[in-house]
Ligand binder design. Structure first.
Ligand code: C5P
Length: 222
């Protein structure tokens, strides 16, 4: 193995991807954003006008699609079947439909098998909802990243302002609560803290501090 498997799970907008990317680059590990994979499938489902309860059609989509990542200076580009969807998968329509698509058994089976394969040689930081609990149950490091709803909505709000997107703080709070509820209450591998995960509450922490905390945990396990 070339390094550890590091699983970072937690609710929506807790800062998982920002922190996971920085931790990965610090240890020269691969970064895998599993949420982007569920978002990519959701994007294609919506693009093809498939209803969110048409499990057969969605299964065909997940079994026939190729999701790929291309690292960039700031993060990574995301593609489905060669089409770049980096920005498109962050839009409201995808965000508000992704929990329905990610609750489907065939979608989870396919994507988690791909994720396992990607992590097989170690040297990876993977973020998501079920990485420590289901995808990589033997990961050497498991982090459960949390923050208050107010803090998460506030961070998302500021990010939107920077991007020139106009949303209300109240709407963001409600969307975050809704997505957490759906992700935590689905039948198959719901969002949950693995028994052996270390909880890190980032509510009053700055990003470098979170990266430092996780890096120390990794160093202890190397
Ligand atoms: O992390 P992100 O917010 O981009 O994830 C989008 C959605 O993908 C989540 O709300 C959840 O429904 C789904 N997801 C999942 N399992 C993962 C990662 C994401 O079900 N490991």
């Amino acid at each position: 193995k070339n390094g550890l498997q590091v699983a970072i799970d937690g609710p929506a907008s807790a800062g998982k991807s920002t922190v996971a990317k920085l931790v990965a680059s610090r240890f020269n590990y691969i970064y895998c954003d599993t949420g982007a994979m569920y978002r990519a499938i959701t994007y294609k489902v919506l693009k093809n006008g498939i209803a969110l309860d048409d499990i057969e059609a969605i299964t065909k989509i997940v079994d026939s699609s190729q999701i790929t990542f291309e690292p960039t200076a700031h993060g990574q580009k995301v593609f489905i079947d060669g089409e770049e969807i980096t920005e498109a998968i962050r839009q409201e329509d995808v965000t508000n439909s992704v929990s329905a698509v990610s609750a489907i058994q065939s979608v989870r089976t396919k994507l988690s098998a791909d994720q396992k394969q990607l992590a097989a040689n170690g040297g990876i930081v993977m973020d998501g909802r079920d990485i420590g609990s289901t995808v990589l149950p033997n990961a050497e490091v498991k982090i459960f990243l949390i923050a208050s709803v107010d803090e998460r909505a506030d961070r998302r709000y500021k990010e939107n302002v920077r991007k020139g997107i106009n949303t209300s703080l109240e709407v963001l709070k409600q969307e975050i609560r809704d997505r957490d509820y759906k992700d935590s209450h689905r039948e198959i591998s719901p969002l949950t803290k693995a028994d052996d995960a270390i909880e890190v509450d980032t509510t009053s922490m700055a990003i470098p501090e979170v990266v430092e905390t996780i890096s120390k945990i990794i160093l202890k396990n190397i």
